[in-house]
Design a protein around this ligand. Sequence first.
Ligand SMILES: Nc1ncnc2c1ncn2[C@@H]1O[C@H](CSCC[C@H]([NH3+])C(=O)O)[C@@H](O)[C@H]1O
Length: 342
Amino acid sequence: MAADVEATRDVIDIITGGWRAQALYTAVRLGIPDHVEAGCDTPAQLARATGADEGGVRRLMRLLTAMGVFEGEGASGYRGTRVSRALLDGPHSLRDMCLLHGEDYYTAWGHAHHAISTASSGFEAAFGRPFYDHLGRDPVAARRFQNTLNAGNMFFPQVPDVFDFSGRTVVDVGGGGGDLLAVILGAAPKAEGVYFDRDHMLPAAREHLEAAVGPDRVRLVGGDMFEGVPQGGDAYILCRMLARWDDDAVAALFEGCRGAMADADSRLLVLDRFVEDEDPTVLPSLWDLHLLMTTGGAHRTLAGLTALLERAGLRVERVADLPMETTAVIAAPRTPEPAGEG
Ligand SMILES: Nc1ncnc2c1ncn2[C@@H]1O[C@H](CSCC[C@H]([NH3+])C(=O)O)[C@@H](O)[C@H]1O
C-alpha cells in the first residue's frame, strides 16, 4: 500500500506544533521582537544584542519568518509583523504568556501521558507540588500567570454588550486583577461594584480599580467564596472561576450566590469556556486538557453547567457568545412554584 502523503503531512504538521512553540518561546526569551522593532535587524546585529550564536539566530529567524512571525530576510534585514508586535515588552504584551507556556507549561505537558492516563495534574507530576503552590512560591511565575490571564481578557469589553448592568450592584466573585469590574463600571455609569477575592488580591485590585473608576463606586471585600459572598447584589459574576472545582463545590458556590441575591430580578452571570462533545472545536478542547495539565481541572459542557445551576435553584435565562470562544450564561433564581401547581 502506498503511503498516504496527505495523512503523513497532517501528522507532521500536528507533531511539530511543539517545535514551533519552542522556537517562538526562544525568540521571546532572547528579546528578539523588541530588538527587531528597535531596528536591530540582521543576524549579526541580533546575535550581538542577544549574546546568542549568529548561526543559531539566523536559523531561528528563518523558521519564524516562514511562520509569519517576522518578514524580510537576513541579508536586507528582518521586519516585525502584528504577531511579533503582540510580543513586545510592555502593557498588554503576550510576552509573559509565551514564557510561561515555553517553560512551566511545556514541562507540565511533557507529562501528558501520565496526566491523561491517571486524570491527574501533569504539573504536579513534573514539579512535585500543586500548580497554585508553585505560583505562591515563585513570584516570577505568579507574575507571568497574572499576565497570561490578563492576555485572555480580550472578551471583557464585550461583556456589557450581552448584559445591561445599568443601575445594578455588580458583585464580581473572584475578581482577580479587577479589570472586568472596571470595564463594566466604565460602560454602565449608574452601576456600583463589589469586588470580592482572597485578601491577598485586594491591594493590587484596589490600586487598579481606584485608578480606573475612582474610589466611590467600588467596595472591596476579602474572603473565601465557599464561606459566603457579599450580600445584596443584583448581578453576580463568576468569570473563569469554575474549572478548578468539582461539581459539589460549584453547586454550593451557585447556591451561595443565589442566597445572597437582592431579589428575584437579580442574575448570576457565568463567563467561561465550555467544551462540547458533539462537533468539538480545537481551542476549548485544548484549554480543557491544559487545565488537566496544570491544576487537574476541567471545562464543563453547557449541559453540565445547566444541571449544576438547576441543582442550586437557578435556571438558565439566556446564553450569549463572547470573543475567543468564551460564553456568557445568564441565570435567574427559580421562583417558587405557585401554590396548588406542580
Ligand atoms: N476560595 C476563594 N474565594 C475567593 N476567591 C478565590 C477563591 N479561590 C480562588 N479565588 C480567586 O479566583 C480567581 C481565579 S482567576 C479568575 C480571575 C477573574 N475572575 C478573571 O477572569 O480574570 C483568583 O483571583 C483567585 O484569587
